[in-house]
Write a protein that binds this ligand. Structure first.
Ligand code: MG
Ligand code: MG
Length: 272
């Protein structure tokens, strides 16, 4: 059952989403060659707790950490360890937090040092596909419209769209209805209405769409060992249109990047 949120709930969820955005922004400054994943995980946990929130992934289904830490060929659900980041890596960081009883859940794939041009392009296209999908998340459209748009965009670049893992409704629970696949058929699936809040999160592989799982029971990686990218935003439908609750602007501020990519999805200008 899809839980429709009131305007008040959406404002609370914006706080939860921004809690995660700030955490990713804090990490952005630390993500460089030589950085230790477990140290950054601890920093993220302390940052979230210091800001009056609770790490959303730590302990959920027995996950051992605050961050999902998925380098290079890992798609999602990687576990932070002592393997330091190297020049040329890409690292997908997914983070959740609970504030005021609501979940925020979003993710960004970072470049570490100098990354190969074809990998940079995978990251760029995957992030663009996120916005292509968000544009379809509006009243009257359906779940399949978002998936169709993301799939078409990524496949037009020759990339593999992961099937087994999907976006989801978001609220007092991390995973609510509806499921939000990154593939699909136009006009199919549940209809969108005002007050829906979802996490849209394309997981896109440079090569095959096929994946495998490590014996740790968590880590998902590409079947062909090629890189994968993952970008995730929390989005509500307000007045029929998609409204971003999360933001990458804290990351961009830390990295010295200027971007207006989020402007069309925000009724009011964001103040950091
Ligand atoms: Mg996530
Ligand atoms: Mg998610």
């Amino acid at each position: 059952m899809i839980k429709i949120k009131t305007a008040e709930e959406i404002e609370l969820m914006r706080e939860s989403a921004l809690m995660v955005s700030k955490t990713l922004g804090m990490l952005a400054a630390e993500i460089k060659p030589g950085a230790n994943p477990l140290k950054l995980d601890k920093m993220a946990e302390e940052f979230i707790r210091d800001n009056g929130a609770i790490p959303g992934f730590l302990g959920m289904y027995d996950f051992p950490n605050t961050l999902n830490w998925s380098p290079n060929a890992q798609v999602v659900h990687g576990i932070p360890n002592n393997e330091e980041l190297k020049d040329g890596d890409v690292i997908s960081v997914d983070c959740g937090a609970i504030k005021n009883g609501y979940y925020g859940d979003h993710a960004y794939t970072f470049e570490v040092g100098e990354v190969a041009p074809e990998t940079k392009k995978l990251l760029k296209v995957t992030k663009e596909s996120l916005y292509v999908g968000i544009r379809e998340f509006k009243s009257g459209n359906r779940v399949g419209d978002v998936g169709f748009a993301i799939q078409k965009y990524c496949e037009s670049h020759g990339y593999g769209v992961v099937r087994e893992l999907v976006g989801h409704g978001l609220g007092k629970e991390l995973h609510e209805d509806p499921q939000m696949p990154n593939y699909g058929k136009r006009g199919r699936g549940k209809k969108f209405v005002d007050g829906m809040v979802v996490a849209i999160e394309p997981m896109i592989n440079m090569g095959t769409k096929r994946i495998k799982q490590l014996r740790d029971g968590w880590t998902i990686l590409t079947a062909d060992g090629q890189p994968s990218a993952h970008f995730e935003h929390d989005v509500a439908i307000v007045d029929g249109k998609p409204e971003l609750l999360s933001t990458f602007q804290y990351i961009y501020e830390a990295l010295g990047i200027t971007s207006d990519e989020e402007d069309e999805f925000r009724a009011k200008k964001l103040t950091l």
